[in-house]
Design a protein around this ligand. Sequence first.
Ligand SMILES: C[S@@+](CC[C@H](N)C(=O)[O-])C[C@H]1O[C@@H](n2cnc3c(N)ncnc32)[C@H](O)[C@@H]1O
Length: 289
Amino acid sequence: MVTEVKQYGARFKLDYGLVYWNSRLEREHKRLVSLFQGGETICDMFAGIGPFAIPAAQKGCMVYANDLNPDSIRFLKINTQINMAEGDVCAYDMDARKFISEMMTVPLQGNNPESCEAEKSSEECHPTTNRETQSKIPAVEENGSAENLDFLDAFRGIIQKKYWKGSMPLVHCYCFMRSNETEELIISVLFMDVVQVLPFFYPFEQSKIDENITYINSILVTYINTSCIFGKEAESALGASIQDPILHTVTPNLHWDVAPNKAMFCLSFRLPEESCINEDAAAAAASSL
Ligand SMILES: C[S@@+](CC[C@H](N)C(=O)[O-])C[C@H]1O[C@@H](n2cnc3c(N)ncnc32)[C@H](O)[C@@H]1O
C-alpha cells in the first residue's frame, strides 16, 4: 500500500491504506494550479497529501494546506520535503471549519500588543509541526471523509470588511452531480450557501500585517459532497448573485471512474463583495439594540 507516484514532475509518497489519492485527477490538479499566479496566497482546506498544494508552492505561491487526517498531513510534509517546497507550504491538521476560522481571525483585534505577540509566536506556522488541536476536532472517518457536511457554511461570521483590500478571493469548490441533477441546481445551491454565509477574508498571518500585507487569493474546497443538493428549497433562499461563475467539468460523463454514476465538477467563483459585513454598519446596528 505504500508507494510513490509522480504527477507533472512532482513526486508524492503515500500509503493507500491511510490517505486519499486518485491518480485520475492529475489533469484537474494541473488545470487548477495553472490558474494560480506566482506570489498568490492559496488556502487549501482539504489538502490531502498535497497534489494542489505542492505544485502551487513550486509555482511560487504561498500555500496554507489543511487536512483533518493526520496521516495526510504526515505525507504532505514528507512530500513538501522531497519536492523542496517546505518553505512555501504551511501544514495544518484540523477540521476545515476550524482551519478557515482560525486563518481568518482578525489579527491584533481585542488584544494588547504584548499578548498578541505571545500568541503569534505560539500560533505561527511551522511547516514541520501541527497545531495542537487534534483533541478538539471530530475524528475522521475510516475512509478519510465525513459525509453530509456542507463546508461552505464555514465562511459564516468571519467578517470585517475594513481589513480586506483588493479583489475578493476565488473559491474553487468540487462537487458531484448525479444523473438526476442539473448544473443550474448545483450553481443555485452553492450560491445560496455562499450568499448566506457572509464570507470575509483577511490576511491571516499576523507577521504579515504591514504594507506588504498578503491577502488570500484562492481557497480550495476539495471536500466532495453530494448531499449539498437541496433543489428548489435552495434556489428560493438565494438572496444575492455571484458574478460570472464557472462550472468546469472534471469528469465529462456519469460513468467516469472517479465515482460511479456521478460526474464531477469544479465550481469557481469570486466571493461577492456584498457578502462582506460592513463593520461600521454592523457596529451601528449593535449600538441601536
Ligand atoms: C477527496 S479528498 C481530496 C484530497 C486532495 N485535495 C486531493 O485532491 O487529493 C478529501 C480530503 O478531505 C479530508 N477531510 C475530510 N473531512 C475533513 C474535515 N472535516 N476537515 C478537513 N479535512 C477533511 C480527507 O482526509 C481527505 O484527505
